[in-house]
Design a protein around this ligand. Structure first.
Ligand SMILES: Cc1cc2nc3c(=O)[nH]c(=O)nc-3n(C[C@H](O)[C@H](O)[C@H](O)COP(=O)(O)OP(=O)(O)OC[C@H]3O[C@@H](n4cnc5c(N)ncnc54)[C@H](O)[C@@H]3O)c2cc1C
Ligand code: FES
Length: 511
């Protein structure tokens, strides 16, 4: 291990692994609560990928930084309570390119390489510092390294640690990097914004050390120390097995693995894998976890005080209370169509609607990967290759890859059918269970649905402040959509919390 880095946390010096993410390192060092909620509850990281905003801390004097997106290496002082400071206005610069790609996961990497190889000046933007998205960000395997090399070899320019703030009109976006505001102008835009986890409220789910399933995986990849820890994994979908494998490989003991889907659904899905040898091979690698998997089982309560002590699971044989240090709980993935919606693209549910060229309903916008429907890495790569070429004006890959695309879409539908969350999960939250974590709004406080689902969400926000906090409904929106059909389709600018100066500077019309 390299020399530990000395960081001052709330006035005390601690030594942290310089290779870890700040969120992972802080939790490993015993700092489980990174902030207090509006009611004063302790809160720790949940999603591990920048969408829940539960890991907000002050880093080197800058408030509201997400600890899961920052590495230990670049930090000196950390505070877990907000401080007020004077914000220096940031510089504004302009960026002009042919193709702008948002999201550097498998879809975005494939799209950027595909557009740049066709001679287009291509810029790839991601709010995370590492390239690779949810699956490859901390991965140095052959496939992920080859995809990163492809992007560099094709001459793609990279803008990491940079979020999209808002549209500035047709073919223009405002971006916020840590030290600058950027006005981007381009001919075509590829959205490869991925997915977020469906996190459903249940009593105790806000306790520190109850993570999302993918959240726990992201923290583990980010250096969370797991040796000797007892971990419960619960929720739904293939991610359960992938996360079990990762945490066990890092020395944790998976003391329970609960899949909410029925045994029949899981078996049917397993059978369908026989038509996809590569995926079957991957599943066989999880044989031990598959044997330990309890189906028809789901979490009903997380127990603890300042942090998690045990998770109560509902199983066909009754409730079981399982002592644990960490829990990963996630009920599948939700396409991230927020930016597409703000840009006026039509969505089907939460999926960005695209044609065979991956073109969205706005002609200069293309979309690829999980944001068009959750289907995994292979779907993302095929769609990304098509989207990048189409954005560069070349329709040929759309024809060549049409069969592969159809096959991946069929697989995506199978996943959705097999692991659809069961109706019983709607009853997990009690009246006093917090549903909106940012504003501490309980299930009882949330108004009953109105006549139109859109009105219901708007009135919910106005009456209760649910969905009005830092995550802007990224967590409670999909949850409420599942719980009582309150369609949370009101993403609007700014898409990420930013300092006022990133909003206030007028775009330079001369460029
Ligand atoms: C938490 C999580 C864990 C997962 N783990 C696995 C796994 O172990 N194995 C597996 O096969 N699949 C996993 N998946 C599924 C995975 O999403 C896909 O297999 C694959 O990564 C999809 O690629 P993608 O390019 O569509 O999206 P992603 O890989 O999700 O990439 C999307 C990228 O867009 C960026 N982004 C989004 N919005 C903005 C914005 N406004 N501004 C700037 N950047 C933005 C994000 O930071 C992200 O890097 C996981 C998904 C999630 C959500
Ligand atoms: S854990 Fe950092 S934003 Fe969710």
């Amino acid at each position: 291990m390299p020399e530990p880095r000395r960081i001052v946390v709330d006035g005390h010096a601690v030594e942290l692994d310089p290779r870890a993410s700040l969120a992972s390192a802080l939790v490993s060092s015993g700092v489980h609560a990174l902030r207090r909620s509006v009611r004063g509850e302790p809160r720790g990281p949940v999603c591990g990928m920048g969408s829940c905003y539960e890991c907000r801390i002050t880093i080197d004097g800058v408030e509201h930084e997400r600890a899961c997106l920052r590495g230990v290496a670049g930090c000196s002082t950390v505070g877990t309570s907000a401080e007020t400071r004077h914000v220096e206005p940031r510089s504004v610069r302009s960026l002009v390119c042919d193709v702008l790609v948002i999201g550097a996961g498998p879809a975005g990497l494939a799209a950027a390489a595909s557009a740049a190889r066709r001679g287009k000046r291509t810029v790839l933007v991601d709010e995370n510092e590492g390239l690779g998205g949810q699956i490859w960000r901390a991965d140095r395997g052959v496939e992920s390294e080859r995809r990163r090399d492809d992007v560099r070899a094709a001459g793609v320019e990279l803008l990491v640690g940079t979020s999209v703030v808002m549209p500035l009109g047709e073919r223009r976006l405002r971006l916020a990097a840590r030290d600058a505001t950027i006005d981007a102008r381009f001919e075509a835009l590829v959205l490869a914004t991925g997915a977020t986890e469906l996190l459903l409220p249940f009593p105790g789910w806000t306790l520190p050390n109850v993570f999302g399933l993918g959240g726990l995986q992201a923290l583990a990849k980010g250096g969370l120390e797991l040796a000797g820890k007892r971990v419960v994994l619960a929720g739904s979908g293939p991610l359960l097995l992938a996360v079990a494998a990762i945490v066990e490989a890092r020395g944790a003991r998976v003391v329970a693995l609960a899949e909410q889907a029925s045994r029949a659904n899981v078996n049917r899905f397993g059978l369908a894998l026989t038509t996809r040898p590569a995926k079957l091979l991957q599943a066989l690698g999880y044989a031990r976890s598959i044997a330990a998997l309890r189906t028809d089982a789901w979490p009903v309560e997380a127990v603890g005080g300042e942090r998690l002590r045990a998770l109560v699971l509902r199983t066909p044989r009754g409730n079981a209370t399982i002592g644990c240090d960490y829990a990963g709980v996630g009920f599948g993935l939700v396409p991230n169509g927020r930016l597409a919606a703000v840009l006026g693209c039509a969505l089907d549910g939460r999926r960005v609607r695209v044609d065979a060229l991956q073109r969205a309903t706005v002609p200069w916008i293309f979309a690829a990967g999980e944001c068009t429907g959750v289907g995994g890495k292979d779907k993302a790569l095929v769609e990304g290759a098509i989207a990048g070429a189409s954005a560069a004006g070349d329709p040929e890959p759309a024809q060549k890859l049409a069969r592969a695309r159809t096959r991946e879409l069929a697989f995506a539908e199978r996943i959705e059918r097999a692991f659809a969350p069961r109706a019983e999960l709607r009853a997990l939250a009690r009246p006093d269970t917090i549903v909106c974590r940012c504003e501490d709004v309980t299930r009882a406080e949330i108004a009953q649905p109105g006549t139109s689902p859109d009105d219901a969400w708007r009135s919910t926000k106005l009456q209760t402040r649910a969905g009005m906090g830092a995550c802007q409904g990224r967590v409670c929106g999909p949850a409420l959509e599942f719980l009582d059909g309150r369609a949370a389709r009101d993403a609007r600018p700014p898409l990420a919390p930013v300092t006022l100066d990133a909003l206030a500077v007028m775009p330079d019309e001369s460029r």
